[in-house]
Design a protein around this ligand. Structure first.
Ligand code: NAP
Length: 286
């Protein structure tokens, strides 16, 4: 089975590396070619553009920044979808909005391409270790066919439902992630202002029942003020935007997410876009 991978950023480069380690025949493409160097050294083949890549492969995986980018690379000028082999499978693991995934599945199906939305939970380190969690929307039989590939990149696959449901679950998770980080940052920042020792405040907050378990993993970043990105802040802000856009489609009010989204937007404007999203603590602690 020939596999293609488009999008070799923080996540994609590591996921593709695990497919290679699994012994697969892998062809890759990325807008910035230098990010493929390590993979090419380890045996991956390079395609000069997405169209020439998909002509070769039975399974395509895309890991791109956001819906506009997936749309551009798949359906824009020089887009790959028209060139995919009949009955091949396209797994989009990018974080996008559910209605966009559903639309992609309809467009792909009309072209006799099988589609799965399979965004991932887990960041740079789980991607490197092959310990991501896949949240999948689409046909169960298609998923079964590609499960061995997902097992090389992840430790768990959750079939959530039909097309779009993987993306739906993913934006729900990131909505809670974004809010948890903000709530923690706001509380810690006031604690410091009131004169509580930062280490003590962190000890108590992170060991209390009200703390989200994920926050413990960010403790050292905030202590050491190291915001080298595992999950860039601009992507988390994008995910909150996708959540509120989706809520609008369903006529649901999302007052907390709208506020959170704008706090991250302010951080983005203050040159934190490419830092880890936990850098939002800096904004609130100024
Ligand atoms: P990243 O490092 O910023 O990578 C983004 C990818 O999109 C790169 O391959 C980039 O190409 C490509 N891209 C962006 N704009 C493009 C354009 N106009 N045309 C063609 N390619 C373009 O991001 P990442 O952290 O790997 O995230 C990728 C996706 O996974 C996002 O949807 C993100 O929300 C999601 N995600 C991230 C994490 C995480 O912890 N990082 C976890 C779960 C899900 P270049 O290399 O040329 O810029």
């Amino acid at each position: 089975m020939k596999i293609g991978f488009i999008g070799l950023g923080i996540m994609g480069s590591r996921m593709a590396a695990n497919l290679l380690k699994g012994g697969h025949n892998l062809t890759v493409y990325n807008r910035t070619k230098s990010k493929a160097n390590e993979l090419l050294k380890n045996g991956a083949k390079w395609a000069d553009n997405p169209v020439s890549l998909v002509k070769e492969v039975d399974v395509l995986i895309t890991m791109l920044e956001k819906p506009d980018v997936v749309n551009l690379v798949a359906l824009g000028e020089g887009g790959f979808l028209n060139a995919m082999k009949p009955n091949s499978i396209w797994i989009d693991v990018s974080t996008v909005n559910p209605s966009f995934s559903k639309k992609l599945s309809e467009t792909a199906t009309a072209k006799n391409v099988r589609f799965l939305d399979a965004p991932v939970s887990g960041s740079k380190v789980p991607a490197e270790k092959g310990e991501l969690i896949f949240l999948v929307g689409g046909n169960e039989n298609d998923l079964k066919e590609v499960q061995p590939l997902l097992d090389l990149m992840g430790s768990k696959t959750l079939h959530i439902g039909q097309h779009g449901m993987g993306s739906a679950m993913k934006i729900m998770i990131n909505q809670m992630l974004g809010q948890a980080m903000l709530a923690f940052s706001e509380s810690l920042s006031l604690g410091i202002a009131m004169g509580i020792d930062k280490t003590k405040a962190m000890d108590v907050l992170l060991n209390s029942a009200v703390s989200a378990p994920i926050l413990t993993a960010f403790r050292s970043r905030i202590e050491e003020e190291n915001y080298e990105p595992n999950f860039p802040l601009k992507h988390l802000q994008k995910d909150l935007q996708l959540f509120t856009d989706t809520a609008f489609e369903y006529q649901k009010a999302t007052p907390l997410t709208n506020t959170a989204k704008e706090v991250y937007a302010i951080a983005k404007q203050q040159e934190m876009a490419d830092l880890d999203f936990s850098a939002v603590f800096q904004l609130l602690n100024k």
